[in-house]
Ligand binder design. Structure first.
Ligand code: 6GU
Length: 240
C-alpha cells in the first residue's frame, strides 16, 4: 500500500516512524511519503491561504497551490482523502474499505479548510472521501490523517502479525466493544481478577467474556446494539 500525505506541517506525521506502522514501513508493507505543501508555492512568501470569499473569519487554503501539489502526487488509481469536521464519519467500516485500496493521498487542510473546488474538481478524476474522526473541532487535518493512517495501516495484509487479534477487539467482527482484560498480579490494591478467568474452564470464560462485552456495549454504546448487521442471539438477549 502506498500512502502520500500533503501538509504544511510534515513534522506532525513523524509519529508514523514509530511502533507498528514504522515497522511495516521498514518491512516495505507500507510505502509512506510526507510532502510539504509549501514546496508547490511560487511566491517568495510561500503563501498557501487567502481570505474567504463572501467574508468571515479565518483563512481558506488556495485551490491553485493544492492543484499543483495534487497534480503531481495523485495517480489515476489513488483515493483522495480530505480530513474535515464536515466529512463523513471515519469508522472501522471505512478503514476496512480503504485498506483494500492501493494508493491513498491525504490532503491536510489548516485554517478554515481548503477551497471547495479542490474536492469537487478531483472528484471528476478519482474517488474523493472527505472524512471526520468525530464530533469535535481540531486545528487542522494532520492529527485526523494520523488517526486514519494508523487505523487503515494496521489492516493492510501482514502488518499485524496475528490476524486473530483483529477479530475480538472493539469494533471488530463481533460488532461489540471488547470485554475487560486482566493480568498478574491476581490481587492488586484490594481488587482481584474475576475468579472465572482463573478457573481454566474455557467454555465458561468465553461465556463470561461475551456477557461482559454485551453489558459494556449496552451501557456505553447502545447505538451499536441498535445498528447491528445481524440480530443478537436468544442467549445474548437473555444476558442483557
Ligand atoms: Cl478530519 N479535521 C478537523 N480539522 N477537525 C476535525 C476532524 C477533522 N475530525 C473531527 N474534527
Amino acid at each position: 500500500m502506498k500512502i502520500d500525505v500533503v501538509t504544511i506541517f510534515p513534522d506532525y506525521l513523524a509519529a508514523l516512524d514509530l511502533s507498528l506502522i514504522g515497522k511495516a514501513r521498514q518491512r516495505g508493507l507500507i510505502e509512506l511519503a510526507v510532502h510539504d505543501l509549501r514546496g508547490w508555492t511560487s511566491d517568495k512568501h510561500r503563501t498557501v491561504d487567502d481570505t474567504p470569499a463572501g467574508g468571515g473569519a479565518g483563512m481558506v487554503m488556495r485551490p491553485d497551490v493544492w492543484g499543483q501539489a495534487l497534480d503531481e502526487v495523485l495517480t489515476d488509481d489513488a483515493v483522495l482523502l480530505v480530513p474535515t469536521p464536515a466529512g463523513e464519519v471515519f469508522d472501522q467500516r471505512l478503514a476496512e474499505d480503504l485498506a483494500r485500496e492501493n494508493h491513498l493521498v491525504f490532503a491536510c487542510g489548516r485554517y478554515e479548510g481548503i477551497d471547495a473546488r479542490v474536492a469537487q474538481s478531483y472528484g471528476q478524476r478519482v474517488r474523493v472521501v472527505e472524512f471526520s474522526i468525530g464530533d469535535y473541532v481540531l486545528n487542522g487535518g494532520e492529527v485526523a490523517a494520523l488517526v486514519a493512517i494508523e487505523a487503515i495501516g494496521r489492516l493492510a495484509p501482514g502488518v499485524v502479525g496475528n490476524p486473530e487479534s483483529l477479530v475480538e477487539e472493539s469494533h471488530g467482527a463481533a460488532g461489540l466493544l471488547e470485554y475487560p482484560v486482566y493480568t498478574r498480579p491476581v490481587s492488586w490494591r484490594g481488587e482481584d481478577i474475576p475468579e472465572v478467568l482463573l478457573s481454566g474452564d474455557h467454555a465458561k470464560i468465553r461465556q463470561w467474556r461475551r456477557a461482559q462485552a454485551l453489558l459494556r456495549t449496552a451501557q456505553r454504546r447502545p447505538d451499536m446494539l441498535i445498528e447491528r448487521d445481524e440480530p443478537l442471539s436468544m442467549a445474548d438477549r437473555l444476558t442483557l
